[in-house]
Design a protein around this ligand. Structure first.
Ligand code: PLP
Length: 482
């Protein structure tokens, strides 16, 4: 037993509460005997609830406790190694335990681990903001930080709405999004997404966006080019803008790849046209580059391929090299200036998160940008992208593969039941999961998106590892489609 002291200022009463402390005692006595995957899995399942998982699956699908990571590899407690082909959910870009990022973090911890960013500032966040302003598309000039992707999306949505309010246009309260889009899991981010699997159940809680059919080129006609299809789909966006601009604050898109929407891809011309139309109709453009930023699509930012600057660019995931939860919304002076006024006007953007601009996250991000700069990463990735394309060419004619698509360092292979008549597998058959399980047995982490197997590896992968992944996917897909 221990006592907790409480003092009531009003009555000047003091109270002593007795609490039981045995729950606080640590579990160290167990540490020495725990060592295998099975031990850790059992201990995990006693106390954890995992993200994006039906926990009952783990009755048959073993959970994999990772002991350590190095470069492209993750190693579990039984000594099995896995190539991290999905960059640990698209965040890691220069490998696990990258020495340069590790050093930067260690130095930062000894200098300043965290400080409130309201009214205070620090060197790492200032340096990072300068760097981000210089590497993001022209015109983006102010950085607002949050601590994960979803909250960056929330910031962009709120800022856009609030901008129009400050500009005397309070009716602009809606958002236009694309079908099959994904912008995170918090309620507003979920509302502007469109993946039914994550969204449908929560629909009663969500605001209603205006959803426009995606330029996703999977749906193009036979013989139609990506460019032609994306242009054709753009007409629907133009119509939506024409009809709704008066009530719309912003259009939000994932540039070039709808990652969580099964890695569906489209042509940059769509973004070029979208930028023109947003200007024409007086609507903001939010580019959610949380997944595609930092070199994923072959350029540092996907927007570069369309030669556009959005009004808001959301970044996270690769921002810290995949080390720490940090996110940022980069916007331009015109937005910033619409909030800049005397306090009494109530125009300020009063939004915050406790870990906004965390110094350790900023240090990891600075080290990440250093690596991009010194190691010619974007150029070298062209060689890796080509190797991925070459290794996966054989899937194009596979009888149960409907599509092989690629933008830079993301390559996706979609399985189909009947290729000729375009009949999908029943989702309940969970074919992608079969590829996943086979890949695990062969030393690769290839977490699927329904029937899509994809490679989105850290940029330190080599050609031998790429070929190995393609071989594993080939056999895995053969087994899963038998
Ligand atoms: C992952 C992701 C998010 C959400 O980021 P979290 O850090 O998981 O909240 C938002 N948008 C896109 C495009 C993403 O891929």
């Amino acid at each position: 037993m221990a006592s907790v002291f409480s003092y009531n200022l009003a009555t000047q009463d003091t109270t002593l509460y007795d609490i039981k402390v045995d729950r606080l005692q640590n579990t160290q006595s167990q540490e020495t005997i725990m060592s295998s995957n099975k031990d850790w899995m059992q201990r995990d399942l006693n106390v954890l609830w995992h993200p994006c998982s039906q926990m009952k699956d783990h009755e048959t699908l073993p959970l994999i406790p990772i002991k350590h990571g190095k470069g492209i590899y993750l190693e579990d407690f039984d000594g099995n190694r896995y190539i991290d082909a999905v960059s640990s959910w698209w965040v890691n870009i220069f490998g696990h335990a990258n020495p340069r990022i590790n050093d930067a973090i260690k130095q930062q911890i000894d200098t300043l681990e965290h400080v409130i960013l309201g009214g205070f500032s620090h060197e790492a966040v200032i340096r990072l903001s300068e760097r981000l302003v210089s590497v993001t598309p022209p015109g983006l000039s102010k950085c607002f930080y949050a601590d994960n992707g979803s909250s960056a999306v929330e910031v962009a949505l709120k800022m856009s709405f609030h901008y129009w309010l400050n500009k005397g246009k309070p009716k602009k309260q809606k958002f236009i999004n694309l079908s099959n889009s994904y912008h995170g899991e918090t309620l507003a981010a979920l509302a502007v997404g469109d993946v039914a699997l994550y969204k449908e159940i929560y629909e009663p809680l969500l605001m209603q966006p205006i959803t426009v059919p995606s330029p996703d080129c999977y749906n193009r006609e036979a013989g139609e080019s990506w460019e032609d299809y994306s242009l054709r789909q753009f007409e629907k966006m133009e119509t939506a803008l024409q009809d709704h601009a008066h009530e719309v604050a912003a259009v939000i898109v994932e540039p070039l790849i709808q990652c969580a929407g099964n890695m569906r891809m489209y042509h940059p011309i769509y973004l070029t046209r979208l930028r023109e139309a947003c200007d024409k109709y007086g609507v903001h453009l939010i580019a959610d580059e949380i997944a595609v930023g930092f070199g994923r699509t072959g350029t540092l930012f996907a927007c570069e391929q369309a030669n556009i600057s959005p009004d808001f660019m959301c970044l996270s995931k690769g921002l810290s090299g995949g080390y720490l939860p940090i996110s940022v919304v980069v916007t331009h002076d015109e937005v910033y200036d619409a909030f800049y006024d005397d306090y009494e006007t109530m125009r300020a953007f009063l939004h915050s998160h406790s870990f906004t601009g965390n110094p350790i996250g900023c240090a990891a991000a600075l080290a990440t940008l250093d690596i991009f700069e010194s190691d010619n990463v974007i150029e070298n990735n062209k060689v890796l992208s080509k190797a991925m394309a070459d290794a996966c060419h054989r899937f194009v004619d596979h009888p149960h593969v409907s599509d092989v698509r690629q933008h830079g360092m993301v390559l996706a292979i979609e399985m189909i039941k009947d290729k000729k008549n375009k009949i999908e597998y029943d989702w309940k058959e969970r074919r992608g999961l079969r590829v996943y399980e086979y890949a695990l047995s062969q030393g690769a982490l290839l977490r699927p998106l329904s029937n899509v197997t994809y490679f989105m590896p850290p940029y330190i992968i080599d050609e031998e590892q790429i070929n190995k992944l393609a071989d594993i996917a080939w056999t895995g897909i053969n087994l899963a489609t038998k």
